[in-house]
Design a protein around this ligand. Structure first.
Ligand code: CU
Length: 103
């Protein structure tokens, strides 16, 4: 995935704004995958974690990439160098982490 893939598009923004309580600005997830990986770096100002993840069955080969973690309580669980399990939520161009557990 490239950084470009989660830039907002007008259609997505409209969809998000038309709902009273969207789960996040990204809308409702259409797919969910299980992730296991190591947190390499945190960017608290953007609530983004750089995660070196194992193969994500049905979605991605092993790689290092950035994941938004929109929920503050979820982001607060993260520490650099921690091994985590989480759910990757995917909604078309957007993906983010939820359901984080630290091993
Ligand atoms: Cu990846």
């Amino acid at each position: 995935m490239t950084r470009r893939t989660w830039l907002a598009t007008p259609a997505v923004l409209l969809a998000a704004c038309s709902k009273k309580q969207p789960e996040f600005e990204y809308g409702e997830p259409k797919q969910r995958y299980l992730l296991r990986g190591v947190v390499l770096r945190l960017r608290p100002e953007a609530r983004v974690a750089v995660v070196q993840h194992e193969k994500i069955e049905g979605w991605m080969e092993p790689m290092t990439m950035e994941f938004p973690v929109p929920e503050p309580a979820e982001f607060a669980k993260l520490k650099e160098k921690a091994t985590i399990r989480a759910t990757v939520c995917v909604n078309d161009l957007y993906y983010w982490l939820t359901g984080i557990t630290v091993e």
